[in-house]
Design a protein around this ligand. Structure first.
Ligand SMILES: Nc1nc2c([nH]c(=O)n2[C@H]2C[C@H](O)[C@@H](COP(=O)(O)OP(=O)(O)OP(=O)(O)O)O2)c(=O)[nH]1
Length: 157
């Protein structure tokens, strides 16, 4: 399976991207600095099953990214998010789909985590130990590395 990051403007003949809301849940340490972030594994039955990603899913008709995130995290993890903060966007081209990923950071949520799709979850810092990570997760780890002045591999190959 090959996947690539799309850079530059759309070209004639490109597939129209599917819009995806992605939640980057971040804990803060005692001094208020950003600390661990949440990764979840893709459930059985989905493409890239078992790969680690940030929780989220496709926007439904008429939804904003925030609304989709709130719904997906309720459905998948059983939590209710408060505010979400737009952070980064990325278009990925996979054999199965072209997706535009809208990453929002989330610092506030309520409820207990329940793995409603029998996925796994892990609070991670750099370098992440969960393996393998989804191709679309790698740029996010690089953004974290830049924000945190982290040097070295962000994950296992
Ligand atoms: N949730 C999520 N999806 C990601 C990430 N990175 C990445 O490339 N993707 C891709 C994988 C999928 O092609 C797409 C998300 O679709 P999905 O199948 O997980 O969404 P969904 O939960 O709405 O799925 P479904 O109801 O259609 O089964 O975005 C990520 O960090 N999180």
């Amino acid at each position: 399976m090959s996947a690539s990051i799309v850079t530059g403007p759309a070209q004639p003949g490109d597939r129209v991207p599917v819009e995806v809301a992605v939640g980057v849940l971040v804990q803060r340490d005692a001094s208020g600095q950003e600390a661990a972030f949440l990764l979840t594994s893709r459930p059985e039955g989905k493409v890239y099953a078992g790969y680690w990603e940030f929780p989220g899913g496709k926007l439904e008709a008429g939804e904003t990214v925030h609304q989709a995130l709130r719904r997906e995290l309720q459905e998948e993890l059983g939590i209710t998010i408060g505010q979400s903060h737009p952070w980064q966007q990325l278009v990925m081209d996979y054999p199965h789909a072209r997706v535009r990923l809208h990453f929002h950071k989330v610092f506030d949520w309520t409820g207990e985590f329940e793995m409603r799709e029998r996925q796994s979850m892990a609070w991670e810092t750099l370098p992440v130990v969960s393996h393998p990570v989804l191709p679309g997760t790698i740029p996010v780890l690089q953004w974290f590395a830049a924000e945190r002045s982290f040097v070295g591999p962000t994950h296992r190959d």
